[in-house]
Design a protein around this ligand. Structure first.
Ligand code: GCB
Length: 605
């Protein structure tokens, strides 16, 4: 009896799972391409309080939590109830909102209702700024699509499924680590799960401007070259691009697929850290009109130099995680971002490395306004499943959507395809494919990666000779001399060489200390040690002829499950120049001094 009951239940579940898998597959195998520039659209925010069910044993899919059902009568068995299991704020990770979820990895089901008035003219999309890591989205009990990747936006059209009046949306967000995902099982940051960024309903006309690329032509800074892509067009459409301040008004006609290339002469002030000039750009076609603020600059390399607007620039940078100061958790708002980038500015930076995954869109928009150059990265981190084609596809898709989101931001100069990946043939093949895919997405920016494979060549010399370097535009080097790799004194007299005549950016070095821990300069976990390391590193690095910039590790202390040392780390990586409470450590001032000095002496623009 018991066993046949059990079997029936299992069968029911299998059938339910197959049903869900089949409908998801036919509905939307992968998210349709992004709607660019949400800021310029008509949106309804779904931020706020969502009801949630924590689902550690992955019961929800089989039990159809997405139907958000109530028992029909006294007999009806429904073993879940969104009304009684608590709430979480969106945007926001779950780990920092509930103490019991600090270490939680697995599925959480989110639900919220909204009322909607359909307008006949509009098409309607559901847009997610990010969901870490995997999301299945349902509207009114039906699947609308799923998405993989924890830091890139995605949207689904719901025009045919959204109802006049009451609707409910359910999202299963699962941050379980997997060997085949990107990143894979091991990272040195907190695996914050949840609907970590804004959720919105977007309304657009039947034919709308889905995306556009309006940038200076590569190698021809007197011209703008780019393209516009309409969605829903069934015939050629007239399209206008205006830059009113520069008296530019260009008309083009799209092809049958709604695509048009644009190229025209433009005399514009260049965007730079000293003059982060943004122009109002207006695109209109059919019934749609989108406004953006776009800066125009060139970025290229010549030998070991990085040239911004044709002139060599030294990148005075800092690496940072997307973690909120003071309150902890994932940063998601313009206010969170303003604190972090404000600190970078105070440090004397003209450059930030947004490690190790795409940060929220407000961050890059703020960098555009502040004149901070940006390194953007996808989370191909340490070891991943190099031989798995699905893993490669996930990496490509994360790059595709990062580029799509930010390809009009002057601040973004580097696309980084990964961090500290091991040197082996399968990885090289994987990285070469991501790299060429990245260049297909955007040929105007520079492609880099943070590498850490070096050889000792003689008693006091190191060679960066990772074969990946041959294919990159800019070499990123993470080195930890004085922390993981020998004593601080090993920096003295050490010479660095690279196997390729390309610009070198030392993308990481650092040492760990809690704020306020003092001792001698040779005692680990003290501010004095960290300061000494910075002094020695700076002395070593400034002698490298091909050095084009640096972004030490790291702006602020951040949470990491790999850092358990009680009383010192307490699950924080303490290599920050600033504590998570905003206290500046001594080394902050050491780097600030160096950056002020070189800003005054090196002509970087
Ligand atoms: C690294 C990694 C970074 C770590 C850092 C550290 O090399 O790129 O993600 O957090 O070292 O502190 O060990």
């Amino acid at each position: 009896m018991a066993s046949s009951h059990c079997e029936r239940k299992t069968m029911k579940r299998v059938v339910a799972l197959l049903f869900v898998a089949a409908t998801l597959a036919s509905a939307a195998p992968s998210a349709p391409r992004l709607i660019a520039n949400l800021h310029a659209r008509t949106t309804i925010s779904l931020n706020g309080t969502w009801r949630v069910i924590i689902d550690p044993y992955e019961t929800g899919l089989g039990a159809r939590y997405y139907e958000n059902r109530k028992p029909k009568d006294k007999q009806d068995l429904v073993e879940y109830d969104f009304d009684s299991t608590g709430t979480l704020d969106v945007p926001g990770d779950w780990n920092s909102q509930r103490e019991t979820l600090l270490f939680y990895e697995g599925p959480v089901w989110y639900e919220r209702s909204f009322s909607y008035n359909r307008t006949a003219a509009a098409r309607t999309f559901l847009y997610f700024g990010a969901a870490n890591y995997h999301a299945r989205v349902y509207l009114n009990g039906k699947p609308v699509g799923e998405h993989e990747g924890g830091f890139t936006p995605f949207n689904f059209e719901i025009s045919n499924d959204v109802r006049d009046g009451d609707n409910f949306v359910v999202v299963e967000v699962n941050n379980a680590r997997r060997g085949d995902s990107v990143p894979a099982l091991n990272t040195d940051w907190w695996n914050y799960g949840g609907l970590t960024r804004d959720v919105s309903i977007v309304e657009v006309p039947a034919v709308f401007i889905q995306d556009y690329f309006v940038q200076l032509a590569k190698g021809s800074p007197g011209d703008i070259a780019g393209w516009v892509k309409l969605n829903g067009a069934t015939q050629p459409e007239q399209l206008t691009i205006e830059i009113p301040e520069a008296s530019i008004r260009q008309r083009v006609t799209t092809d049958m697929n709604g695509y048009a290339e644009v190229k025209f002469a433009a005399t514009l002030q260049f965007w730079s850290p000293e003059n982060p000039k943004l122009y109002r750009v207006v695109l209109s076609a059919g019934g749609d009109r989108v406004e953006d603020q776009i800066g125009f600059r060139t970025i290229e390399t010549r030998g070991s130099k990085i040239l911004l607007n044709g002139k060599p620039i030294f990148l005075r940078g800092i690496s940072m995680h997307e973690e909120a100061a003071f309150r902890g958790g994932r940063a998601f708002s313009a206010e969170d971002d303003a604190v972090l980038l404000g600190w970078a500015r105070e440090l004397g930076c003209n450059f930030v490395r947004l490690a190790h995954y795409p940060h929220n869109e407000a961050m890059i928009r703020l960098a555009d306004q502040m004149g901070l150059l940006v390194w953007e990265e996808i989370p191909v981190y340490w070891d991943i499943d190099w031989k798995n084609s699905a893993t490669l596809q996930t990496a490509d898709e994360q790059m595709r959507d990062l580029v799509a989101r930010d390809h009009n931001r002057a601040a973004a100069i580097f696309w980084s395809i990964g961090n500290e990946t091991p040197v082996n043939p399968a990885r090289l093949e994987f990285m070469k494919q991501v790299l060429s895919y990245t260049r297909e997405q955007d040929s105007t920016r520079l492609v880099t990666a943070a590498m850490n494979h070096t050889d000792k060549i003689g008693p006091n010399a190191r060679l960066l000779n990772d074969p990946l370097g041959e294919f990159l535009d800019v070499l990123g080097l993470n080195e930890y001399i004085g922390w993981y790799d020998g004593p601080i004194a090993a920096t003295d007299g050490l010479q660095w060489k690279t196997a390729y005549d390309k610009p070198l950016v030392v993308s990481e070095f650092g040492a760990e200390t809690p704020f306020g821990a003092h001792g001698s300069a040779d005692s680990r976990w003290t501010e004095e040690y960290q300061t000494s390391l910075y002094q020695h590193q700076i002395a070593m690095l400034r002698k490298i002829p091909s050095l084009a910039g640096m972004s030490p590790w790291v702006l602020m202390d951040f949470r990491s499950p790999r850092r358990p040392l009680t009383g010192i780390q307490d699950f924080y990586n303490r290599k920050g120049l600033i504590s998570d409470r905003g206290q500046r450590k001594q080394a902050f001032y050491t780097l600030q001094k160096f950056y002020r000095e070189i800003a005054a002496t090196v002509s970087d623009y």
